[in-house]
Design a binder for this molecule. Structure first.
Ligand code: HEM
Length: 194
């Protein structure tokens, strides 16, 4: 994971983080034991899953990641989201007062960042997502837990990738939150000027 900061790797529990306070991504049993309190309120089928491992497992793994974002899409009306543009990217805050949904938001981002860091496709039929995965090495993601969810700062040194990051935040995730499954079945346009 070349461009994820150490802070991010630690928050996500991904390999390469040397912090002793964060649980490792695997083995699964340890991860389940030390999983943060918020994740413990997940429904049983999610609680037993090691997200980083599920995200890496390819065609089978995506099934579990898909369960998570489908659940988010179906509960989109209890999700709040703010997006602020930064000169080199975005800062987002995505939360829910429902603790189960808050846990799903955290799990989803962890899974997606793990997939992205390995260049594994998601929504490969969607031009914006395909392009985002193609440029994953130029993207830096920092994640901080806030009450009810996450604050995410996503940046790039490449101005073209900054356009992708902003488009993903505004026209991807924010529209999923606004409209749920109706939006998820539509492709996301590439940004103007890309
Ligand atoms: C209501 C539904 C959803 C919520 C609340 C949600 C939330 C988030 C959040 C908070 C991020 C971190 C980046 C940001 O804040 O902009 C993120 C990243 C991501 N999401 Fe979702 N998401 C949802 C649906 C989906 C769906 C349906 C997909 C794909 C099938 C998806 C794929 C991704 C990917 C690939 C990333 C990482 C890419 C990146 O951050 O650059 N998300 N999502």
């Amino acid at each position: 994971m070349k461009h994820l900061s150490l802070l991010t790797a630690c928050v996500l529990g991904l390999a390469g983080c040397s912090s002793s306070t964060e649980p490792p991504a695997d083995p699964p049993d340890e991860a389940a034991e030390e999983r943060p309190a918020d994740t413990a309120v997940l429904p049983e089928e999610f609680a037993d899953m090691d997200p980083a491992d599920a995200a890496r497992r390819g065609p089978q793994g995506i099934g579990e990641a898909r369960d998570v974002f489908h659940e988010l899409l179906s509960r989109h009306d209890v999700i709040d989201r703010e997006v602020e543009d930064l000169p080199n990217g975005v800062r987002t805050v995505t939360t829910s007062t429902d603790p189960e949904v808050a846990a799903l938001i955290r799990l989803h981002v962890r899974q997606m960042v793990a997939r992205l860091s390995e260049g594994m496709p998601v929504r490969r039929w969607d031009p914006l997502f395909a392009e985002l995965v193609k440029h994953h090495e130029a993207i830096t993601i920092e994640i901080e837990e806030v009450p009810g969810g996450l604050r995410v700062v996503e940046t790039s040194d490449d101005p073209q990738v900054v356009l992708l990051i902003r488009q993903h935040a505004h026209r991807g995730v924010s529209e999923f939150v606004e409209r749920g499954f109706d939006r998820a079945s539509e492709p996301s346009p590439l940004p103007e000027g890309y």
